[in-house]
Structure formats: C-alpha cells, structure tokens
Ligand binder design. Structure first.
Ligand code: CA
Length: 414
C-alpha cells in the first residue's frame, strides 16, 4: 500500500542514505544601493539522476523525524560555509534557513557551535543571516526572541521570511525585532491583486522603517515586481527575474547595468507621477484661492461650502470646514446620486485623531498653502480618494474630498 505518507518516508530514507547527494544551491540577493550582489540564500538540493530537486518539502515535512531534518540541514550548511570560505570575496552575506521549531530543540546550541567552528576557520559571523521560518512556530515566542538576541551578540543577523502571507503574526515581528524582513511577491503575479494585500505590504514597509529593519523582497519574477519592490522601500531583491539558485556564486556586478537601467526608469516614472501631483496641487491652490476671494461675503461656512460645491461639482464629493483643533465648523456638503446635500449633523465633530491631521494644519498655517493628501480609502464611501485641504485663515481650514473619477482622469489615482 502506497499512501502519501509512505512515499514521503521512503524519500526521506533515500535522502538519509545518500547524504553526499545533498548539496547547497545559492540564490543571489541584489542590493538597491550598489546594484550588486550582497549575498546569497542557501537552499538545499538533492541530486537525482534527472537533476537536482529542492529539499524544501523535506525540510517542511513534520512527519520526517526532527533529527533527520537537522542532520540534512547541517550537511547543506557545512557544504555551503566551506564553499563561502574558499571564495576570494569574504564580504558576502550568507542567508541560512532554519525552522524555528527545530532551532529551539536545543535552544540553538548546535547551530551556534557549528557557526563557531567556522568562525575559528576565519568566517566572520557578521556575514551570517539566520533566516527564521516562524509561521508554524509552536513554542514560546519570548524564548525564541531571547535566543535570537543571544545569537546577535555573536554578530549573526536575523531575517524573518514570508511576512505578508502571515501578517496575522505581525505582532511577533516586534518581539523578534529582526534585522531583515523578507516579503515574497508571489501574490503580485495574480491578475487582480487584492487591494488589501498592497496595503499590508505598505504597512510592513512602514513598520520596517520604524523598527530599523531592512526590507528584502523575494520571488521577484518580473520587472513590474522589481519596480513594486523599489517603490515599497525594498533595499534587497531576490527572484528568478534577477537570478535563479545555482551551484555556484555569480560575479558581484552581474546585473549592474540592468539594475541601473531599471532603476533609472523607475525614478523617471516616479518623478513624473510626483510632478503630476504637484501640478494638481498647484491648480487647486489657484482655483480655491480665487473662489474664496469670489465668495468672501458668504454669511457662514455652510453657505461658503454650498457655493463651493456648485463650483467644484466635477472634482469632489465632500466639502467641510474645520478649526485648527479639528472641530468641524460647518456641516458636510455631500454629493449623493449626483445631488449635493448639506449634512448638518457633522457640525462640531472632531477629526484631530486622524493620521497627519494636526501635522497638516501646522504645515498649511506656516506655509499658507494647501496640501494634496496621499491616496487612502474613504471610510464612508469605500472609494479611493485624496483630500485637498486649504487654509482659509489662521484658524479655519477647508477640506475637499476629491472623487476617484477625478483622480483617475488626471492620473492621480495610484
Ligand atoms: Ca527562505
């Protein structure tokens, strides 16, 4: 009788009986600041008659005894470290994968001892990046965190992989405080990427900045994904679009020209986009200041926003006025089904708790100029919008929520 389990076990025994056929492959990791190779992820392979096959499933199969997996992992690691010690370049980072559950079996002791034997041979442990796979970690995160802190005292860096996919564990990231966060961009290959996924990646890039971690994007298979990684704070890049795993390292400058060209293109596109946004902000600056001049005799803010609604019918769906502390000084003028209505119930609501609110008030007051916001999702309508805000006087600020259709027409929707 052959079931999946048995086949798995037979394969595992096949691997264990043929350890000389267990070999490392190396996938280059490129850096955005030098456009060269900064290091390699070490990946386990098993040589068969039809070529090398990935040992990934072997390492992730929890029905295979732990000591088998640790032994094979150590074979891969030793062969890889011997190889890196033999190279002229002694600065490359070496990313070693370890399952957090296996690592914690002896609290990282055998892993550390292995590294120390290589340090004695001249390998700087600051080149080692322990790539920890923690999404299936069953133990105590605080104890894992202590181990990582301990390993760091030897110079070892820590990377956590598959971040976006397992964002449910995001709170762990804070506890583990890794040096590197790995985000795989597999999701981006789908024809329709869920907006939420992009937002998660964006939040992770902000989180990385806050905790001082470097972002590494992996599984990059297209130029588009590389651009996405570049736009979202990626310093390190890895994937088939750049280089496949191979039994040997590649020249550091292998892709220098390609990466230079790509980067140049990304910069041009991003600048064009930012210039577009700047132009839109300028146009609003002129238009709103002219309108406020025209309607300076309005009796109150409600009258003012209803007059403005008539003028700005093609660009926005909501207008209101707040004071400098965020208390609304008017109702909302809100466009529903093509008709504007005044919603008085918004009077005196407070918006100072919203991100960037007070920061923007201070900016507007000191520069005496309006501000075009970033792209965000309106809570009430669910539409992707931007807000243009403008200082009416020292104490009052106008907020105009621009509709998606307007942004789309003017290339300001991404
Ligand atoms: Ca990995």
């Amino acid at each position: 009788m052959v079931d999946g389990n048995e086949v798995g076990t037979m394969d595992a025994l096949d691997v264990m009986a043929n350890l000389p056929q267990v070999i490392p492959h190396y996938q280059p990791i490129f850096s955005a600041d030098e456009h060269g190779v900064v290091g390699y992820e070490v990946l386990g392979r098993f040589q068969t008659e039809t070529g090398p096959v990935s040992l990934g499933p072997f390492f992730h199969d929890e029905t295979i005894p732990e000591e088998f997996r640790i032994e094979v992992d150590d074979v891969v690691t030793k062969k890889a470290l011997d190889y890196f010690l033999s190279l002229d370049d002694q600065t490359l980072l070496i990313f070693l994968n370890r399952d957090a559950n296996l690592l914690m079996l002896d609290r990282g002791e055998s892993f550390l001892q292995l590294l120390l034997t290589y340090e004695a041979k001249g390998l700087a442990l600051s080149r080692i990046v322990l790539e920890i796979n923690e999404q299936h970690f069953k133990g105590d995160v605080d104890q894992l965190s202590h181990l990582l802190t301990y390993l760091r005292t030897y110079g070892v860096k820590v990377a956590v992989d598959n971040i976006a996919e397992h964002s449910i564990h995001l709170e762990r990231i804070g506890v583990l405080s890794p040096d590197i966060l790995k985000i795989d961009l597999r999701e981006l290959r789908k024809t329709s990427v869920h907006q939420a996924y992009q937002e998660i990646v964006h939040s992770i890039s902000l989180l990385a900045r806050k905790i001082g971690a470097t972002l590494l994007y992996e599984d990059i298979e297209t130029s588009f994904q590389l651009q996405y990684a570049w736009r979202h704070g990626g310093r390190y890049y890895q994937g088939y679009y750049l280089a496949k795993p191979a039994p040997e390292v590649v020249p550091r400058d292998l892709l220098k020209d390609l990466l230079r060209q790509e980067c140049h293109r990304f910069i041009q596109q991003e600048k064009k986009k930012l210039e577009t946004l700047y132009q839109i902000a300028e146009q609003f600056q002129q238009r709103i200041s002219a309108l406020l001049g025209k309607y300076k005799k309005a009796a109150d803010f409600n009258e003012l926003i209803s007059l403005l609604a008539g003028e700005l019918d093609d660009v926005c769906f909501r207008i209101y006025v707040c004071d400098e502390d965020g208390f609304q000084q008017s109702g909302n003028m809100f466009k529903r089904g093509g008709r504007w209505e005044l919603q008085p119930q918004y009077y005196m609501k407070n918006w100072s708790w919203r991100p960037y609110f007070l920061e923007n008030i201070i900016r507007m007051r000191s520069r005496r100029r309006g501000i075009l916001s970033d792209l965000y999702t309106d809570i009430e309508t669910g539409e992707t919008i931007r807000t243009y805000s403008y200082p009416i006087d020292e104490r009052h600020y106008l907020f105009i929520d621009l509709s998606y259709s307007y942004l789309f027409e003017h290339d300001a929707h991404y």
